[in-house]
Design a protein around this ligand. Structure first.
Ligand SMILES: *Cc1c(COP(=O)(O)O)cnc(C)c1O
Length: 219
């Protein structure tokens, strides 16, 4: 049996130091999260608002929390006081709500546009043209308390490395296009969040800057 700390160390050896690791702690008890924190990790990801707000008060306050699941507008207010990055932006309406709640908390909240490239129909996210429309809309310029720092995406859950590579390279390609078209003089739009336990090695080869890993650490 490997410990959580040993799993973490094995993964860290494979991730270049310029790539950020978000430890996905969904479904994990506080005890296991504290072990990973004690091993030096400070970025953690959760995909359900209820779980996140149940855990956050009992964990060290210097944790940078990433929200990685589908986010309903009526729940933004519960995480706005502390959330560092919301990785799952899929509409202008959601961004407007985050901006409103960030302002109320005198904060700026970092956001990633969730891009949809996988063949699975159940996945949330924006197609390239939807992302373009969102960024081109005049309304987005009025949002002063959000900062769009990049994109997030998932590949299809499959053993087919060719398909996974194709999907990750699409995410990278869409990032490059959006960067060219909308963020030319911007220093914040830099992050490509892709790669999970089963596919982070492929994601890194395709240009990921941030991996989100749960099972491979907590198994
Ligand atoms: C659960 C989840 C992960 C982590 O998946 P693992 O297979 O446990 O590494 C990453 N990203 C999102 C959006 C998730 O929901």
């Amino acid at each position: 049996m490997m410990t959580v700390k040993e799993n973490l160390e094995a993964i860290l050896k494979e991730i270049p130091s310029n790539i950020r690791l978000v430890v996905v702690s969904k479904m994990q008890p506080l005890k296991c999260i504290r072990e990973v924190y004690a091993a030096g990790q400070r970025s953690f990801g959760e995909n359900r608002v209820q779980d996140l707000i149940a855990k956050q008060p009992f964990l060290p306050q210097d944790i940078e929390w990433h929200f990685i699941g589908h986010l309903q507008t009526n729940k933004v207010k519960f995480i706005a006081p502390f959330i560092k990055v919301i990785q799952s932006i899929d509409s202008l309406r959601l961004l407007q709500e985050i901006d409103k709640e960030a302002l109320r908390n005198s904060r700026i909240i970092n956001c990633l546009l969730q891009l949809f490239v996988a063949t699975e129909e159940t996945k949330f996210g924006l197609g390239l043209d939807e992302a373009r429309n969102l960024l081109a809309s005049g309304e987005i310029k009025a949002l002063k308390n959000i900062r769009i720092i990049g994109v997030m995406g998932m590949a299809t859950n499959t053993d087919d490395d060719t398909l996974i590579n194709k999907e990750f390279s699409m995410i990278k390609n869409h990032f490059d296009i959006l960067s060219q078209e909308f963020f030319k003089d911007d220093t914040f739009f830099r992050q490509i969040s892709m790669g999970m336990s089963g596919d982070y090695r492929l994601a890194i080869k395709q240009g990921s800057t941030m991996v989100r890993i749960g099972n491979a650490i907590f198994k």
